[in-house]
Design a protein around this ligand. Structure first.
Ligand SMILES: [Zn+2]
Length: 695
């Protein structure tokens, strides 16, 4: 008997993790081959969302580790060949942004570095973080197969990514296009629509006289090159003008000749219903220009400064130029009125909040519609299950309205795009990081030839944050199906955000970030895991309260003390074939069986929060408060001792996926198997014991 004092996670956790790792059972190839339980040696696969190798594990990661480990341990105990494949993501733009901040602090800038030098430094930084994160994943008790760990910049992954790119190109789905893109002036890269935020902004709306028209704009600085005035063909106010009509008029820097364009894309209700277009710097205008084959002229450069077309304003930044341009227009009598407090939605960079400057730039694009089609069908016919279910509708809506995906990024940190015809020699182009992680399930399993791919693909569950459903989950389905002709997973389980105790989003600036490692240090990993899973329904955000976790530390102590009592009381227990149980004792065993069935059903239905709650209440209020208390009056009885051992071992099994450390430690103290109990057969670890077997 080694269960002394209170439960001390520090004495148990690292030792136990090493024991598990050394056992080899994280690798499904090493699992016992007996045909036990529901799984009977079938495979069960989860690919871990590759953590960004640019910082520390945060509370969201801790949640991922907890939920996925629960799934994996449960299935492993059921006799499945459970594979949980860990990985790390170079996380292109994300990591480069983190590294740029580091450079800034050191008074350096990436724009003053050679691309290769920058790449090497970020690689060094990433590899250091990789080690760090691996340690933190272990700390969470994650029973993932480290021997199969993958990194998005591993040579075989890069090969797979290139293979996919080649196939897409051959199939005519990749094109190099001069299209309008979202440009972040600060980060000097293009961004996909998903990497921009819609932000409400209050500006002035200027009504400018443009010949006989009045046009409304919030961005007069883009108007220098505007030679086309567009109106809706059905707008009665402009019935006298025809498509192609030419007008001479006075404009910012002198007289120009303008042409009338009629197009249905114009909202008659906005402003005066007439507007001029700036195809280089506005997506709607770009569409109109494409349709009517109009020329496009760049007015603002990639650093956010006005070009020579702006005449005397050339070289100025927008903020500086705007009031001066208005001043000039006013002097020329071209300002009709100024509407203050004009509220509108603008796009901003999701990392730095800078205003996105739409620009035309040559990029690689991926045609998404042909990729989305089969996925829409698969979702509609229920080939993939969403938990919670409302994500089905959200995904379908997005897929049905999908836009082509700009694949290239102007950053060094990533997988270089092969033979990329860059606009300028020496300019680097790498793939959007989601292009590689979008291939993660089949790339990590060694598509197409490897044994692993044949054994473990398609995977079973994709568990990740609801907020990256479009970034990642939808793209994995599209690319996975396109390459392998199979959906990469059967179930998508999406968790919500982890918030602070008050239900607020954690952020460094608010100072309310809960570091999961501080929590494990204080209360133990098992307690943190319980805090992350109890009451956490999929898709909903979870308020992580330290008091709650403290409560689960108490629960760990309760388990410890109850086990200590049972083990001390049953030290001389010997097995006999027939146990003479009282009717009350029989009732207790019957209730235990009912609980096992209920918990199994809940686990199969992915209701881990509810399963955990059931076991928690059973152990505390039924086993400890009632059965153990009752047993004290005839603890010498063979039947009583049998009952206690039976319930304890069954409880440890059910608790194991949730609280792996303490349960494994106690399991190791149980007496060896005997013919009439379900106690351990040999020196088996609890992690590979059969789920839910008694008697
Ligand atoms: Zn930015």
């Amino acid at each position: 008997m080694n269960l002394e004092g209170q439960y001390d996670p520090k004495k148990v956790e690292d030792k136990m993790y090493k024991l598990w790792e050394d056992s080899g059972f994280f690798n499904p190839d090493n699992l016992p081959t007996d045909k036990r339980g529901k799984g009977k040696g079938k495979s069960f696969t989860i690919i871990m969302p590759p953590a960004n190798a640019n910082g520390n594990l945060h509370a969201g990661h801790a949640l991922v580790m907890t939920i996925e480990d629960i799934m994996t341990r449960y299935k492993r105990m059921q006799g499945f060949r459970a594979l949980w494949l860990p990985g790390l993501d170079h996380a292109g733009f994300e990591t480069q942004v983190v590294y740029e901040k580091k450079l800034e602090k050191e008074g350096r800038s990436r724009f003053k570095m050679e691309p290769q030098e920058l790449y090497n430094e970020i690689m060094q930084f990433t590899l250091e973080n990789k080690k760090n994160i691996e340690g933190q994943v272990r700390k969470m008790g994650a029973s993932c197969d480290w021997s199969r760990q993958k990194f998005t910049l591993d040579p075989d992954i890069i090969n797979t990514v290139y293979g996919t790119f080649e196939k897409l190109k051959k199939d005519g789905l990749i094109y190099r296009g001069k299209k309008i893109i979202n440009w972040c002036v600060k980060h000097q890269t293009s961004l996909s629509d998903l990497e921009t935020k819609d932000t409400e902004k209050v500006d002035k709306l200027y009504y400018l006289k443009y010949g006989p028209f009045v046009i409304a704009t919030a961005r007069p600085e883009t108007k220098f090159g505007d030679k086309y005035v567009v109106m809706h063909p059905k707008d009665p106010r402009y019935a006298q003008y025809k498509n192609g009509d030419k007008l001479s008029l006075e404009w910012i820097n002198g007289p120009i000749e303008a042409s009338v364009v009629k197009d249905e894309a114009i909202e008659m209700e906005f402003g005066t219903g007439a507007m001029t277009i700036t195809p280089w710097h506005d997506a709607v205008d770009f569409g109109i220009a494409e349709k009517h084959d109009l020329p496009k002229e760049q007015i603002i450069d990639f650093y956010g400064k006005l070009l020579p077309v702006a005449g005397e304003f050339a070289g100025m930044k927008i903020s500086e130029a705007r009031p001066r341009i208005i001043e000039k227009l006013q002097a020329k009598g071209l300002v009709e009125k100024i509407e203050e407090n004009y509220k509108h939605i603008v796009k901003t960079c999701y990392k730095c909040d800078s205003l996105i400057e739409p620009q035309i730039k040559e990029q690689w694009f991926l045609k998404m519609e042909p990729l989305a089609k089969p996925i829409i069908k698969a979702i509609e016919t229920g080939k993939v299950k969403f938990i919670p279910e409302h994500y089905k509708k959200i995904s379908l809506h997005w897929l049905k309205n999908i836009m082509d995906w700009p694949l290239s990024r102007q950053i060094v940190w990533g997988i270089p795009i092969p033979a990329s015809p860059a606009d300028k020699p020496g300019e680097v182009e790498t793939f959007d990081t989601w292009f590689s992680s979008g291939q993660w399930p089949f790339a990590t399993l060694g598509f197409p030839e490897s044994k692993d791919f044949k054994t473990f693909y398609p995977t079973d569950v994709m568990e990740t944050a609801g907020e990256i459903i479009f970034f990642w989950v939808a793209r994995m389905m599209m690319l996975g199906f396109y390459i392998t002709k199979k959906l990469p997973f059967k179930t998508v389980y999406l968790h919500g955000l982890v918030l602070d105790a008050k239900g607020q989003k954690m952020s460094k600036s608010k100072g309310n970030v809960i570091n999961p490692l501080d929590i494990t240090d204080k209360y133990g990993t098992d307690a943190l895991r319980m805090g992350l899973v109890m009451g956490n329904t999929p898709g909903q955000s979870l308020a992580l309260d330290e008091n709650k976790i403290k409560g689960y530390k108490n629960f760990a102590n309760k388990i410890w003390n109850a086990s200590k009592f049972v083990l001390i009381s049953t030290q001389n227990f010997t097995a006999v074939k027939k146990v003479a149980l009282s009717s009350t004792q029989k009732e207790h065993l019957k209730n235990l069986k009912t609980l096992q069935k209920e918990v199994t059903k809940l686990m199969d239905d992915f209701k881990f929060y509810y399963a955990a709650e059931k076991i928690y209440h059973y152990f505390w209020h039924e086993f400890c408060d009632k059965i153990i208390e009752e047993s004290k009056k005839d603890i010498a009885s063979h039947a009583t001792q049998y009952l206690l051992l039976e319930i304890l071992s069954a409880s440890l099994k059910m608790l194991h996926p949730f609280m792996p450390f303490i349960t494994e430690e106690i399991w190791g103290q149980l007496p060896a198997k005997n013919p009439s109990t379900s106690l351990r057969a040999s020196k088996n670890l609890l992690m590979v014991e059969s789920w839910n077997t008694t008697g």
